[in-house]
Write a protein that binds this ligand. Structure first.
Ligand code: S3P
Length: 173
């Protein structure tokens, strides 16, 4: 079985994947890192050189590759992965994958992302916290349709990665 973690940028997908993997004695894989390794460029550089449409095509292609190649992995997606190219359908139809939506409040996302937005191409240009909040609010509204199709939802607010990983373990096993 693979466990697929999804949710908005800054919800903690990668660190929770690592923690959950260590608690379960499994390996973790991060789709963004996989794309960077395969393309030999950072995500920011891929956006800069080729634009978002190219990135979304590659993202979908590598997601398929990961799901076909790996078993018994905790896979963390990019924030936008479930929302493009039929990716959420692919995950839902994959009998060997369990999907978890890591849900984080708008306030917490804004606080986390404001200090680390530079390497995130979709929000790097937003300069004030108020503008970032407006952007995320609208974006979350559009994306929730896809995120809510995950098999399980875990709220991450006011919890540390260990607690969140434990909660996921209890949900699944
Ligand atoms: C994106 C999220 C990023 C990365 C890319 C696009 C998005 O991943 O895939 O910058 O559309 O939300 P993280 O959620 O890991 O930051």
């Amino acid at each position: 079985m693979n466990i697929v973690l999804l949710g908005y940028m800054g919800c903690g997908k990668s660190s929770i994947a690592k923690e959950l993997a260590s608690q379960l004695g499994m390996n973790s894989l991060d789709l963004d890192h996989y794309i960077e390794d395969q393309e030999k460029k950072s995500i920011a550089q891929i956006f800069k050189d080729h634009g978002e449409i190219y990135f979304r095509k590659k993202e979908s292609q590598y997601l398929k590759q990961l799901l076909e190649t790996y078993t018994n992995h905790i896979i963390s997606l990019g924030g936008g992965t479930p929302c493009f190219a039929g990716n959420m359908e692919l995950i839902k139809n994959d009998a060997t994958s369990k999907s978890i939506y890591l849900k984080t409040s708008l306030e917490e996302l804004v606080n986390r992302l404001f200090t680390e937005k530079e390497h995130r191409p979709l929000i790097a240009h937003i300069s004030s916290k108020e503008d970032l909040k407006d952007f995320i609010r609208k974006h979350l509204f559009e994306r929730s349709f896809y995120y809510n199709q995950a098999e399980h939802m875990v709220s991450t607010d006011a919890k540390n990665v260990k607690e969140i990983a434990l909660e996921i373990k209890e949900l699944l096993f």
